[in-house]
Design a protein around this ligand. Structure first.
Ligand SMILES: Nc1ncnc2c1ncn2[C@@H]1O[C@H](COP(=O)(O)OP(=O)(O)OP(=O)(O)O)[C@@H](O)[C@H]1O
Ligand SMILES: [Mg+2]
Length: 489
């Protein structure tokens, strides 16, 4: 284990790290910080939730001159919420260095951002679309930037963003330091990346699997029309502290959200068609635990660090294995455990193998839970509450009433009545989710799908201990798949 002071991190940052409770550097931090501090370009790849933000944030802050009120560090991120989160983490790390990070992103008033930029933040975290707006209007100067960071680098260099990124990098002096980070880095994207960098040091934290091992991964083979009830049952059985449900399209996100609300869950949806105000309020409610289930498109798949997310459901399996890695990585962060459950229609089974092959990890099969399983799961929630009360509460004031009840009824009946009154009643409000075209399956490899290991015994006790736009424009018309996909999230 490496201490931060062994890495050459300066005193003000050390103080911030202490305040944040970071005792030791994570492997990606230990390996990339020294390279970056020496001024090297770095490509850093490490699993989700392993501290990549600080891995680029610390050396960047280290290098920034607090006396110079000009943008010196530019971080580009794919979504608005991620830009905000990264700026917050940078500001925490920079607390004792008198420098400020500002997030600029689409969907929020331009004039306010222009004023904030005039204030002279040394670090800007931006989504590409809004950043380019500012560049065109000359309301941001990036010609003194010495460090450029692409967070979620493979996404930023993918078809939907690559042209913007090239244009942005053209505005930054060529002798810049460039840092690229992501949990995934397909080879062809890595090749593009190196053309934008100078002899980059490539750090790939050695891991058997691309996914974090403290996420238990499951799949349920289920026809489309049973997905919603299965989700319902699963939520009842697992009673997640916080759960994220990923669906393929904005429409499905809306329908699933409405369906869950109709069935009595505290659920809210998030996708690219909502106003920025709504997106932020939904995410904040989720972070505060006022919403238990966040239903989302891939707009929430990358980078978001929300503590307490115990379950991730892939209501629809994602097209790309990379997207799978990022989605499930919203749980099991910073050493905590989590569960990921993917719904796969029979026709999509070959796609499961492709994902497993890419991520080098296996999903265990679960049988779809029945309504009875779900009922039992909900009762278990009550029983757990009762057990807690037995352990922790002073129940003596209730003894007389209890004894009175037991004069007339046997104890099993009395307890059953108590459980029934405290258990959430299931609502069977009919819910219809419009059907979605199944994923287009590439490189189908079906032979081993027929004899997958079965692990059906896992219904109860499945509760785990949990410890959180895109560039702002809805650009249409290029016609390629990636672009379309981004517009639809
Ligand atoms: N050295 C550390 N010690 C303890 N906690 C840490 C350390 N470094 C980072 N963290 C915390 O771990 C969590 C995950 O960090 P971060 O969001 O940077 O992960 P990431 O690798 O960028 O994940 P993703 O691939 O999903 O973007 C954050 O809450 C962060 O504050
Ligand atoms: Mg990250």
């Amino acid at each position: 284990m490496t201490k931060f002071n062994e890495l050459g991190v300066s005193a003000p940052i050390m103080k911030a790290l202490e305040e944040m409770g970071f005792e030791e550097a994570t492997p990606i931090q230990a390996e990339t910080i020294p390279y970056a501090l020496e001024g090297n370009d770095v490509i850093g790849q490490a699993q989700t939730g392993t501290g990549k933000t600080a891995a680029f944030g610390i050396p960047l802050i280290n290098k920034v001159n607090p006396k110079l009120r000009k943008v010196q560090g530019l971080i580009v991120a794919p979504t608005r919420e991620l830009a905000i989160q990264v700026a917050e983490e940078i500001n925490r790390l920079a607390k004792f260095k008198r420098i400020r990070a500002l997030a600029i992103f689409g969907g929020s008033p331009m004039d306010r951002q222009i004023r904030a930029l005039k204030d002279g933040p040394q670090i800007v975290v931006a989504t590409p679309g809004r950043l380019m707006d500012h560049m065109r209007r000359k309301t941001i100067r990036i010609d003194e930037v010495h460090t450029a960071v692409l967070d979620e680098a493979d996404e930023m260099l993918n078809m939907g963003f690559i042209d913007d990124i090239r244009e942005i990098l053209k505005g930054i002096p060529e002798d810049r330091q460039t840092l690229l980070f992501s949990a995934t880095m397909p080879k062809e994207i890595r090749n593009i990346a190196t053309t934008l960098m100078k002899e980059p040091k490539e750090v790939k934290v050695k891991a058997k699997e691309m996914t974090v091992e403290n996420i238990d991964q499951y799949f349920i083979e289920i026809p489309e029309k049973f997905k919603f009830d299965t989700l319902n049952n699963h939520l009842d059985i697992n009673s997640p502290e916080l759960a994220i449900v990923f669906a393929r399209t904005k429409k499905r996100v809306d329908e699933i959200t409405e369906g869950l609300q109709a069935r009595g869950y505290r659920a809210e949806g998030i996708h690219g068609d909502l106003t920025q105000g709504k997106r932020m309020s939904v995410l904040n409610k989720f972070k505060q635990g006022r919403v238990d289930v966040l239903v989302a498109t891939d707009v929430a798949a990358r980078g978001l660090d929300i503590s307490g997310v115990t379950h991730v459901y892939n209501f629809d399996i994602p097209q790309d294995p990379e997207s799978y890695v990022h989605r499930i990585g919203r749980t099991g962060r910073a050493g905590k455990t989590g569960e990921a459950i993917s719904f796969i229609t029979p026709r999509e089974m070959a796609h499961l193998s492709l994902i497993e092959k890419t991520t080098k990890s296996k999903m265990k099969r679960l049988t779809p839970p029945t309504n009875q399983d779900a009922q039992r799961g909900q009762q278990q929630v009550t029983i757990d509450k009762m057990k807690k009360a037995i352990d922790q509460k002073d129940l003596k004031p209730y003894f007389d009433a209890a004894k009175e009840l037991l004069d007339d009824h046997d104890s099993v009946t009395v307890i059953a009545a108590a459980i029934s009154m405290m258990t959430k009643e299931r609502r069977d409000t009919p819910v219809r989710i419009s059907s979605a075209a199944p994923i287009s399956v590439k490189k189908a490899k079906s032979s081993k799908d027929n004899n997958r290991r079965s692990n059906n015994k896992r219904y109860y006790g499945g509760r785990s201990q949990g410890g959180r736009n895109q560039g702002g424009r809805n650009r249409k018309g290029k016609g390629n798949f990636q672009r379309k996909r981004r517009d639809d999230r």
